[in-house]
Design a protein around this ligand. Sequence first.
Ligand code: GDP
Ligand code: IMO
Ligand code: MG
Length: 422
Amino acid sequence: MQVDVLLGLQWGDEGKGKVVDVLTPRYDVITRFQGGPNAGHTLEFNNIKHVLHTIPSGIFRGDKVNVIGNGVVIDPSIFKKEIESLRNIGFELTNNLLISKKAHLILPTHRLLDAASEAAKGASKIGSTLKGIGPTYRDKIGRDGLRIGDILHNFEAKYRARIDQHIEILEKFYNFDYKQALADYEKEWFAGIEVIRQFQLIDSEHFINNQLMAGKSVIAEGAQGTMLDIDFGSYPFVTSSNTIAAGACTGLGIAPDKIGRVYGIFKAYCTRVGSGPFPTELLDETGEKLRRIGNEFGSTTGRPRRCGWLDLVALRYAIMINGVTDLIMMKADVLDSFETIRICTAYLIDGVRTLDFPNDLEGDVVPQYDELEGWQCDLTGVDSETKFPAALSGYIRFIEAYLQVPVTIVSVGPDRSQTIER
Ligand code: GDP
Ligand code: IMO
Ligand code: MG
């Protein structure tokens, strides 16, 4: 058996949580492989709307096994809140959520270092979610991190040593006022460590490979999106992990030949939250309209998302990096009322037309658009492809012809049921 991967092809918030929940009945094991509580994955079903940050989106489907893989970074205080809010609506996960001993811990001071770093950057800040993601991965790569497995042995001393070093940086380098915030975070953080102890802490690489050998099916749920990847995104305005298909190998401990289908998910338009280049961004009322109808406000931070037209240059690049086998188009219904829809098919960079997503987006990048007819009808009740308006079928055909990958799922609303397979 192989691991199918579902990941974002844009700048995050494509609707990964919704689709993982929809696909979960087909899988035995649902895993997260990178990122942390910078993610906000929204699921809606039976009038429940829930946002997950660290926990895989398979947990609402009964007897499935959910695994937080080694590539994920975990903030115990946020994890505790997630567990509590799930318990409040009747979902007890201690038997079906497993956590890798190799997953790194976001320490209270990592969050403060994130805040200090962003404040020091001023106008050139990344627009981080301030969850401590960058500092935690920096310590991981610098071989200074603490991992979930560390809570099992002599933890307090290891914790103290790391915190003391961080405090020195906060004081001496950033001159950052941390004392009250640290005292507040620490209490909840250690309460969170106790919640983590209620779960099975495992060698997840062995577990996942054993599951595959036993014929079980596994799906890996990406966080963020390809354009936020630490290597291939718009550096430095990126997150600090590999959000791409290859990240599933390092973030779960599976060999490259174990990757099966790669589901690439994108919105029928584009959004980005935080700083950084965004070629098709609309700073006018059309962008405002997309934000309003699409309810484009961050699931984790509540920040308004920047909106723009679909960018096929960026999508083609993301498909290449990930080896996408199936495309999933989300939020088609958000375009219901548009008379015409624009779609970016090339960039003009300093006067030269290109189809290849460039490394440098700082210069004069002018998106080139094709204009398609809108469908101007309500898609939210459409339940099969046979009921697609012709203009929607045309939009999908145009995308498939350009990208040379089939669109196998179209989403027409936030609810689990508003999902059409083709
Ligand atoms: P994720 O981070 O990729 O899981 O995506 P988010 O949950 O951050 O953002 C997606 C948002 O769009 C959520 O509020 C979803 O409820 C909502 N959503 C998902 N699919 C659709 C859709 O097809 N139509 C509409 N209107 N909303 C959707
Ligand atoms: P999901 O999984 C959208 C963005 C932040 C910022 C940059 C770096 O819900 O799609 P970080 O906190 O990682 O240091 O922030 O990345 N970002 C996201 N944008 N969706 C996400 O996750 C994101 N996670 C991080 O806004 O620009
Ligand atoms: Mg999100």
